[in-house]
Ligand binder design. Sequence first.
Ligand code: C2E
Ligand code: MG
Ligand code: MG
Ligand code: MG
Length: 300
Amino acid sequence: SVKRGGRGGVAGYAPEMLAAAQQRHRLRAALPGALAGDGLALAWQPQFALNGGALRGVEALLRWPASPLGREARPDEFLPEAKAAALLPAIDLWVLDTALAQVAAWHGEGRWQDEVFLGGLTVAINISAATLRDLGFPATVEAALRRHGVPPPCLEIEIPEEVAAAELDAMVPVLERLQALGVRLALDDFGGGMSSLVHLVRLPVDRLKLDRSIAAGLPQGQRELAILRAVVALAQSLGIPVLAEGLENEVQARLLAREGCDEGQGFLLGRPLAAAAFRQEVLRPAMATAFAREQALPGT
Ligand code: C2E
Ligand code: MG
Ligand code: MG
Ligand code: MG
């Protein structure tokens, strides 16, 4: 494994490559313990109506706060290791259960419990492709919803973009059963990859999440604008809403709203936050706004 480097020296593998491999190994070795022992966490990112700004829902994003990297690890860093260690199914179940427990707690909280607002808060979770081909998964979801007392329409399952075409057929019956339960299905990262259209043709879907590469290329990008318009037209003809991901500035948000995106998510509107911070910084102000709106209605 030693080769001749440039400048006449003898070099091993680039030290960065070795370090990266060691890092992956450390993550893989520590992951079962983290999963079993409360080591993983969810971060919560709000989703808002682009028109009027009402809170529409929240996406739960996986985090590993005290990872072997010596800092919080992102899903892009450790999910490949989870996959290699065959831990994705267990992680999916953990995410489902943890997200529903948290949303049930928020639903049940506060004196506005029965008001319009928190009872309808929707949580979106990311579930891996293999689990979405598991015919037992819908029953697991149904049992979890019942156990936590969360109404099925308050759960949205995001279908990942990275699904091989050959795997789609096996997903259809699972997704149809989830839909029959009342759970909503969103196609994640739509318009960012090659396979989006194939997915849309073959899978049942209630919402499109526009890949953040589209917002990132705007307002200048002509291709991004063209894709955006095509996606919005597609969604409108299917009668489903579009949520724009990765909104980082006002110019993007206004343009996407004007072009017909219904909802937005991104650092401009709110970063992913720990549950306590999300409650304090997002839920409480949103509750107050909803409450004030109720009070202002004539005759109430
Ligand atoms: P995603 O589902 O498309 O999630 C959106 C990602 O974009 C998140 O990255 C979020 O932090 C990031 N993001 C949000 N707003 C902005 C913005 O304005 N600008 C930019 N540049 N980024 C923004 P994160 O949390 O690192 O997750 C990355 C991916 O990992 C997710 O993409 C999703 O595919 C996957 N993932 C996350 N959580 C889970 C999970 O619980 N289970 C599974 N199977 N996959 C997950
Ligand atoms: Mg997602
Ligand atoms: Mg996405
Ligand atoms: Mg993604």
